[in-house]
Design a protein around this ligand. Structure first.
Ligand SMILES: Cc1ncc(COP(=O)(O)O)c(C=O)c1O
Length: 428
C-alpha cells in the first residue's frame, strides 16, 4: 500500500469520502465493545475454578508448618506460599512477602509509607521534601502515574525504546538530582508496549549511581510469566545483578496472581532484600494482624508447584494468542505500508501499543467511541494524562471474544485512517 503522505490531495479526498461511508455503516451496527482495560476473559477465569474446590469444610486447615489458616497470625504470608512464589520468582523465602490480593495496593502502600516514614536508608521521610520526583518511562501504566500524582510526586517522563527506558536519560537524571526517589518499570511485556527490557538495560539498572541514597526501582513484574508463545522473551534477573553490584537494596519488586488465577482475589507479592522487608514489616505489623491465609493456601494447593504454574499459564496463552493475532492481522492488513501508524508485536503480556501520526490519537479514540468501541483514553499512558504528541494508543485485546475483536479491529483501523487523512489534508 502506498504511503498516505505520498498520495495526491484528490486521491486522499476520495478515500476520505469512502471511509466516511464505511464509518457510517459501522455506526448503524450499534456496537458496544470494550478494548480499554487489560482484563482476562471469562474462559480464562474458568481455568482457575478448581481453586474453589481445593479447600472445603473437610480440608486440612493447617499449613505445613502448623499454622491454623482460619485464625489470626503470620503477618506477611504463610511459608508454604512464600516457598512456592519465592521459587517462581527466583528468591529466598526471606526476600518475599505476600499481602492481600492486589500488587497495585502494595505499591500504593509502599509509596505512602515512604512519604510518611521514608525507606531503609532515607535521610528523611519523602514527604518532608518540598518536592520529590519519580521517573516515568512513557508510554507507561496509567495507575502507576495515578499513584504518583495523588501523592504529589512530580513525574518526569523518560522515553521508552525497544530495549526499555532510555537509559542515558535515566542514568543522567538520577545521578544529578537527590530528589528523584524512584522509577516505575514494567520490565517484562511492558504495559502498554509488550516490550521486555534487554540484558544491557537491566545491567545498566544494576549499575545506577543515584544521587539519592534512598532511590528505589519500582520493578512491577506484573507479566513475568505471561508468555503467549513457547519461544518467549527472557528478562535478566535484576535482583541477582544488583546483588553482584552491591546495590540490592535499590529494588522493590512486585507481582501478583491477578492474571494467573483471579484479578482481585489472587495473591500479591513484594520482593526485596531482607533488610528492606524488615523495615516495611514494622509498619505492616501495625497495619494488620495478618493477610488472608485461606486464599494463600488455596493458591498453593491449586497451583501446586512451579512446573504446574507454567502449564497453567500455557492454557491462558492458548486462549490469548488468537486474540492478539486477530488484532495484529487487522493492523497489518489495514495499516501496513500506509506510513500512518506503527505498532508493537508483543510475545506476551496484555497489550499492544500503537503510535499514530502526531496529533491523531485523541481523534481516533473519539471516533471509535462514537461508533461503540471504547478504547483506553488518549493520553492515559502518559503522566498527568498528557501525551504531548497526541500519538499513543493502548489496545487491550484480551477481554472481547474473537468475533468482536475482528469487528473492533476493523473499526479501529478505519478510525486511524480517517483521523490521519483529515490531519494530512489540514496540513496541506
Ligand atoms: C503493569 C501492571 N501492574 C499492576 C497491575 C495490577 O495488578 P494487581 O491486580 O496485582 O493489583 C496491572 C493491571 O493491569 C498492570 O498492568
Amino acid at each position: 500500500m502506498a504511503s498516505y503522505q505520498d498520495l495526491s490531495t484528490p486521491q486522499l479526498q476520495s478515500m476520505l469520502s469512502d471511509l466516511r461511508a464505511q464509518y457510517a455503516e459501522f455506526q448503524k451496527k450499534g456496537l458496544k465493545l470494550d478494548m480499554s482495560r487489560g482484563k482476562p476473559a471469562a474462559d480464562q477465569l474458568d481455568l482457575s475454578m478448581p481453586l474453589f474446590d481445593v479447600l472445603n469444610s473437610s480440608s486440612d486447615m493447617n499449613t505445613s508448618d502448623g499454622f491454623d489458616i482460619r485464625n489470626y497470625g503470620v503477618v506477611d504470608g504463610v511459608m508454604d506460599a512464600k516457598r512456592l512464589f519465592g521459587e517462581l520468582m527466583g528468591v529466598s523465602t526471606e526476600e518475599i512477602i505476600l499481602l492481600g490480593s492486589s500488587s497495585l495496593a502494595l505499591m500504593y502502600d509502599v509509596v505512602v509509607r515512604a512519604m510518611v516514614h521514608g525507606v531503609l536508608g532515607s535521610p528523611k521521610a519523602w514527604g518532608k521534601y518540598d518536592k520529590i520526583k519519580f521517573l516515568c518511562p512513557v508510554p507507561g501504566y496509567d495507575r502507576h502515574f495515578a499513584i504518583s500524582e495523588s501523592l504529589g510526586i512530580e513525574m518526569i517522563p523518560v522515553e521508552m525504546t525497544e530495549t526499555g527506558p532510555d537509559m542515558d536519560a535515566v542514568e543522567k537524571l538520577v545521578s544529578e538530582d537527590e530528589t528523584i526517589k524512584g522509577i516505575w518499570c514494567i520490565p517484562k511485556y511492558s504495559n502498554p508496549q509488550g516490550i521486555t527490557y534487554s540484558d544491557e538495560t537491566v545491567r545498566r539498572f544494576a549499575n545506577l549511581n543515584p544521587a539519592a541514597p534512598d532511590f528505589r526501582i519500582f520493578w512491577d513484574n506484573a507479566y513475568c510469566i505471561h508468555d503467549l508463545y513457547d519461544e518467549h522473551d527472557e528478562l535478566l534477573d535484576l535482583f541477582a545483578e544488583l546483588k553482584k553490584t552491591g546495590r540490592a537494596n535499590m529494588l522493590f519488586m512486585f507481582a501478583s496472581t491477578s492474571k494467573v488465577t483471579f484479578p482481585g482475589s489472587g495473591v500479591a507479592m513484594m520482593i526485596a532484600t531482607k533488610e528492606n522487608l524488615d523495615f516495611v514489616r514494622k509498619d505492616i505489623s501495625i497495619q494488620t494482624i495478618g493477610p488472608d491465609k485461606t486464599n494463600q493456601i488455596r493458591h498453593v494447593r491449586f497451583l501446586k508447584d512451579v512446573d504446574s504454574i507454567y502449564e497453567h499459564m500455557k492454557k491462558h496463552a492458548a486462549l490469548l494468542r488468537p486474540k492478539f493475532e486477530t488484532v495484529l492481522e487487522a493492523l497489518d492488513k489495514n495499516l501496513g505500508g500506509t506510513g500512518i501508524a506503527t505498532w508493537t508485536k508483543p510475545r506476551g503480556g496484555y497489550f499492544v501499543a500503537l503510535k499514530t501520526m502526531e496529533g491523531c490519537a485523541k481523534r481516533v479514540i473519539s471516533l471509535c467511541k462514537e461508533a461503540g468501541v471504547v478504547m483506553t483514553a488518549a493520553g492515559a499512558t502518559h503522566p498527568y494524562g498528557i501525551d504531548p504528541k497526541d500519538e499513543d494508543i493502548r489496545i487491550a485485546p484480551t477481554y472481547p471474544v474473537i468475533g468482536e475483536l475482528k469487528l473492533a479491529g476493523e473499526l479501529f483501523c478505519l478510525c486511524v485512517k480517517l483521523a490521519s487523512i483529515e490531519k494530512i489534508l489540514q496540513t496541506r
